[in-house]
Write a protein that binds this ligand. Structure first.
Ligand code: MF3
Ligand code: CO
Ligand code: CO
Length: 284
């Protein structure tokens, strides 16, 4: 993995005349104060994902994990972006095993060896922090471990490609080529998104693509990268609850998500884990 350019300093900020501008693709260009807002929101979302880690154990109900997340958001004086969003009623999405994304927390208990994605979006002073990562209940199986590692590394390769002058197609290509080299598949039916003072904004950040295609990245753009990777085929279907997306072939699926901002040098990750627990094997 190459070094990521980090940090926003005064001389790296977008020039005054570009502030608040929308690109021709409708992508908002943000300023230094906006980076500070996103850092606060992103840090809270990441801290909450750190804090629930010890509660992801066999026997735990996903609704209990969601309850904890709801409480942590409230204690921080923040708001959940997902409660009330298009009728969704929970502070997190919890996607277990072959659930690709948008799993609804519920009464089912986690079993030994289950892998799960927990996705949290908070609103802090109007700014949205959106991040998700993988957890394992009990003992991690070999195939699941490989899937999680490849998905994590695919996200980080996508982030490495996120710098001014590159295109969104470069990000998608970095992710897709790595995943397919590892004989896994990238989900096409869901994508990352612009965010900032809104939850979902242009552009659609595809996790597949061709180099040099799509909008050119510019300093001040904020968006998520959140690849979903399947051990089997890429196709998904949404269950009768209208939310839960699963792999059609029932193969295991994994996802990691960061919210990032494009800087003059590269990018800044708003949702870095303060406890360095982003990768699920942090305590193994
Ligand atoms: N956090 C998800 C994302 O990464 C969106 C969840 S919307 C919900 O974009 F309503 F399902 F919570
Ligand atoms: Co997102
Ligand atoms: Co999310």
């Amino acid at each position: 993995m190459g070094d990521r350019a980090k940090g926003t300093t005064l001389d790296e900020t977008v020039a005054d005349e570009r502030k608040g501008r929308l690109t021709r693709d409708g992508i908002r260009i943000h300023d230094l104060a906006d980076f500070a807002g996103m850092n606060r929101a992103g840090r809270l979302a990441a801290t909450i994902l750190d804090d629930i880690a010890e509660h992801v154990v066999p026997g735990q109900r996903t609704s209990e994990i969601d309850r904890l997340i709801t409480d942590l958001i409230e204690q921080a004086g923040a708001k959940s972006a997902t409660i009330g969003y298009k009728g969704y009623q929970h502070a997190s999405c919890i996607s277990v095993n072959h659930v690709v994304c948008h799993g609804i927390p519920g009464d089912k208990k986690l079993k030994d060896g289950d892998i799960l994605n927990v996705d949290v979006t908070v609103i802090v002073d109007g700014w949205y922090g959106d991040t998700s990562r993988m957890y394992v209940a009990g003992k991690l199986g070999r195939k699941a471990e490989r899937l999680i590692q490849v998905t994590h590394d695919a996200l980080m390769r996508g982030i490495d490609a996120a710098k001014p002058g590159n295109t969104f197609g470069d990000i998608g290509h970095a992710i897709q080529s790595y995943v397919e080299e590892n004989r896994m598949s990238v989900v096409r039916d869901f994508c990352g998104h612009g965010l900032g003072r809104v939850f979902h904004a242009p552009p659609n950040v595809l996790h597949y693509g061709r180099p040099g295609t799509g909008p050119v990245l510019e300093e001040g753009m904020f968006f998520t990268i959140e690849p979903m990777v399947n051990l089997g085929r890429p196709e998904t279907k949404v269950l009768g609850d209208d939310w839960t997306a699963v792999t059609r072939d029932k193969s295991l699926s994994a996802q990691f998500e960061h919210s990032i901002g494009i800087t003059a040098q590269g990018n800044e990750i708003f949702t870095l884990s303060p406890a360095d627990r982003f990768h699920p094997t942090w305590d193994i």
